[in-house]
Design a protein around this ligand. Structure first.
Ligand code: URA
Length: 232
């Protein structure tokens, strides 16, 4: 089995992140540091360590969290800020699937299944994320049109898959859809047209919906539920 696949399946990180760990010289196989990608290992016989800690495959777990403000979506933070992982009681090596900003709330999946995380976040798979955004001034129809047909962000044509008012009478609260995982994507789309996002909540990710969970609450999803929700 490929080393990055083994690390992903053991809940260390996604395959892509595992490759980064390998390149950073943080992975040892049988006492030797590996920095080249693409190594094949025997999960039964080889002894794999990341940052000096033995890695063994663990049972796959999946959680859906209603993320509160004031938490980072990483497993550790060099500035000492609280992480979403601290909100979930488990002894498994879980990590967040994709990112939400520090002050964004809403649905966040966490797992130790790197393949699952890869599948959901890979741009090719175009899982739609839906957000409710509060902006600093009423959205103008011409801007609504531009955000839906495409504007340039990072020199790339970018658009929302959906943009509607949450309530007909309030033009400062909008529901937007995106298939993008780029950092700060929603905020940057609005900023490009001179709006500021004051609050942001994600209400769905593909077929996973934020339902019945209050802020800070989470629940475990079964593999059966995951398989059902992954069907497009
Ligand atoms: N887009 C943003 O700007 N922030 C998020 O947290 C998620 C999407």
């Amino acid at each position: 089995m490929r080393l990055n696949k083994f690390l992903a399946e053991s809940g260390v990180a996604s395959r892509r992140k595992s490759d980064e760990l390998i390149e950073q010289g943080r992975v040892d196989v049988n006492g030797k540091t590996v920095v080249k990608l693409g190594l094949d290992i025997d999960p039964e016989k080889d002894k794999i360590f990341v940052d000096g800690e033995r890695v063994k495959p663990e049972r796959k777990v999946y959680y859906m969290l209603n993320k509160p403000k004031g938490f980072v979506t990483t497993t550790s933070d060099e500035r000492g800020r609280r992480t979403v992982v601290e909100l979930i009681k488990t002894n498994k090596h879980i990590f967040p699937v994709g990112r939400l900003d520090y002050n964004t709330t809403g649905i966040l999946l966490l797992t130790n299944d790197g393949e699952f995380a890869n599948k959901l976040t890979h741009p090719r798979n175009k899982y739609e994320r839906i957000y409710i955004a509060k902006i600093n001034r009423p959205i103008e129809d011409k801007d609504k049109h531009r955000l839906l047909t495409g504007i340039f962000v990072d020199k790339r044509k970018s658009k929302f898959t959906k943009l509607e008012l949450l309530h007909e009478t309030n033009r400062e609260k909008v529901v937007v859809g995106t298939v993008e995982g780029r950092n700060h994507f929603v905020k940057r789309m609005f900023e490009t047209l001179g709006y500021k996002v004051l609050e942001l909540q994600r209400i769905s990710f593909g077929r996973f919906k934020l339902e019945g969970l209050r802020i800070g609450e989470y629940r475990e999803l079964s593999k059966k539920e995951i398989d059902k929700l992954l069907k497009k």
